[in-house]
Ligand binder design. Structure first.
Ligand code: SAH
Length: 390
C-alpha cells in the first residue's frame, strides 16, 4: 500500500485525531498516487498514524478513515460504520428523521447522509468517499430497505476535488416530494430541489425551543425558507405569523406547509429581501412580540469573516428594533467560521447600537444527530440564541 510520510512537526489538528492531512503537512509519498485510493499514513519516525483515502488534486491530500492498523477499508467497513451511526442516533432517541452520518464527526470524512423516514439523501464531497458510493448505497439497502435513495452532489465543493456537480437517483426512481413528521407537525420536503439535502434537520430541537414564547404572539420570521420555524410558531399558538424569504419558491413551499397543518389563516408569507424590508418596517414603527432570524451563511472563507460579522450585526440590529419591549429575538447563525463567543459578541454589539438590553433565554447548537467533537471546529457550526429584548 502507498505510504504517506508526514513532516517531523505534526500539527495539533492531526494530533487531536482530526482526519484531515493537508498536502503541505506531508514530507513524502512512497508508492503510486491514484486519486481516491486507500493509503497508509506514517509519522516521520515510521509510526502508523492511520489509513484513509488520497486525492492529489485536493489541498486536503488525505482524509483518514481509521487509526486502527488492523482495520481494512472495504464494503464491510462502510456497512459497519453506517450501522454504528444508526445505533448512535437510536440511543439518542431518533426514530424517523435524522442526520444519519455527519461526516468527520462520524469518522466518515466528506460523507453526509440524511434520513427522512424511509428515504435517504446522500452527499459524497470528496473523491475518495465518492468512490465508495456503491458500497454506501448497498449498506443503506441492507440496513433500512429504503423506499428511495437520492444523491444531492450538486454542490460546488466537489469541484475542489476534481469532481462534477451532480444529482439523481441511487435507487429505483421515486417521487421526491415527500412529507415528514417533525415535533408533531407535518412538513413537505423536496429532496430533489430543496436547499442542501431538502430540509434543515439541524434546527430540529431549536424549533421546539420557541414553544412557549410564541403563544398568543405576533411573530415575524425572516429567512423562513419552507417555513419550518414559522409553521412551528403557528402550531404552538401564535396569534399571527409572517414569514419572509427572498425565494418565491421557498415561500410557495412555506404556504403549502401552513396549509398541510391547517394554519393557512395564521401563517402568511411574502417573497421579499429581508434586509430591505426589516429596515423599512422599523422606520414605519412596526412592532412584533417575537422576531426570528435564520439567515444563510454570510461567508464560506476565512478572508471574509469580517463581512459575515457585519452582516449578522446588521440583520440582528434591524430585527431587534422590531421587537416590542419585553418581546423576544430568536436568532441563528450557521457558519462554523463565526464561533459561538464571537456570535454572542456580535449580538451584543447590535443591542448596543439599538440601545436595547438583552436577557438570554437559551443558547444552543445543532441537534445531537450532528455531533460536535471538541477542537474540530467545522463540527461546531450552528448557533441558536433566544433573548428577551428589554
Ligand atoms: N429557517 C429555515 C432555513 C433558512 S435558510 C429552516 O429552518 O428551514 C436561509 C434562507 O434565507 C434561504 O431560504 C434563502 O432563500 C433566504 N435568503 C437569503 N438571502 C435573503 C434575503 N436577503 N432576504 C430574505 N431571504 C433571504
Amino acid at each position: 500500500m502507498t505510504k504517506v510520510i508526514l513532516k517531523k512537526k505534526i500539527s495539533r489538528r492531526i494530533e487531536s485525531g482530526h482526519p484531515w492531512i493537508f498536502a503541505n503537512e506531508v514530507h513524502a509519498v512512497e508508492g503510486d498516487v491514484a486519486g481516491g485510493e486507500t493509503v497508509d499514513v506514517y509519522t516521520h519516525d515510521k509510526k502508523f498514524m492511520g489509513r484513509g483515502y488520497i486525492n492529489p488534486q485536493s489541498q486536503i491530500l488525505v482524509r483518514l478513515l481509521t487509526r486502527d492498523k488492523s482495520e481494512t477499508i472495504d464494503d464491510a467497513f462502510f456497512f459497519n460504520k453506517l450501522k454504528e451511526a444508526w445505533e448512535y442516533r437510536q440511543r439518542l432517541g431518533y426514530t424517523e428523521n435524522c442526520r444519519l452520518v455527519f461526516g468527520e464527526a462520524d469518522y466518515l470524512p466528506a460523507l453526509i447522509i440524511d434520513k427522512f423516514s424511509d428515504y435517504f439523501v446522500l452527499q459524497t464531497l470528496a473523491l475518495g468517499m465518492d468512490k465508495w458510493k456503491p458500497a454506501i448505497v448497498q449498506a443503506l439497502e441492507k440496513l433500512f430497505s429504503p423506499k428511495g435513495i437520492y444523491e444531492r452532489n450538486d454542490v460546488p465543493v466537489r469541484e475542489l476535488e476534481g469532481m462534477p456537480q451532480q444529482k439523481g437517483f441511487l435507487s429505483a426512481p421515486f417521487d421526491t416530494q415527500i412529507i415528514i413528521n417533525e415535533n408533531g407537525l407535518r412538513m413537505h420536503v423536496d429532496l430533489e430541489s430543496g436547499q442542501k439535502t431538502g430540509y434543515f434537520l439541524d434546527q430540529h430541537d431549536n424549533r421546539r425551543a420557541i414553544q412557549h414564547i410564541v403563544k398568543g404572539a405576533d411573530v415575524l420570521g425572516a429567512f423562513c425558507y419552507t417555513g419550518s420555524f414559522e409553521t412551528h410558531a403557528g402550531w404552538y399558538g401564535a396569534k399571527s405569523v409572517l414569514g419572509l424569504d427572498i425565494s418565491e419558491n421557498a415561500v410557495a413551499q412555506a404556504r403549502r406547509n401552513a396549509a398541510l397543518n391547517g394554519l393557512e389563516n395564521i401563517c402568511t408569507y411574502q417573497a421579499v429581501n429581508a434586509f430591505d424590508v426589516l429596515k423599512q418596517w422599523s422606520k414605519d414603527g412596526r412592532q412584533y412580540d417575537v422576531v426570528m432570524l435564520d439567515p444563510p451563511a454570510f461567508t464560506k472563507s476565512r478572508e471574509t469573516i469580517q463581512k459575515a460579522i457585519t452582516g449578522y450585526k446588521e440583520i440582528n440590529l434591524r430585527g431587534m428594533k422590531l421587537v416590542k419591549k419585553g418581546g423576544f429575538l430568536v436568532t441563528s447563525s450557521c457558519t462554523n467560521l463565526v464561533q459561538p463567543e464571537l456570535f454572542l459578541e456580535t449580538i451584543q454589539m447590535a443591542a448596543k447600537d439599538a440601545r436595547r438590553k438583552l436577557r438570554q433565554v437559551t443558547f444552543q447548537a445543532q441537534a445531537s444527530d450532528h455531533p460536535i467533537i471538541e477542537g474540530w471546529e467545522n463540527t461546531n457550526y450552528l448557533k441558536f440564541l433566544i433573548v428577551q429584548v428589554l
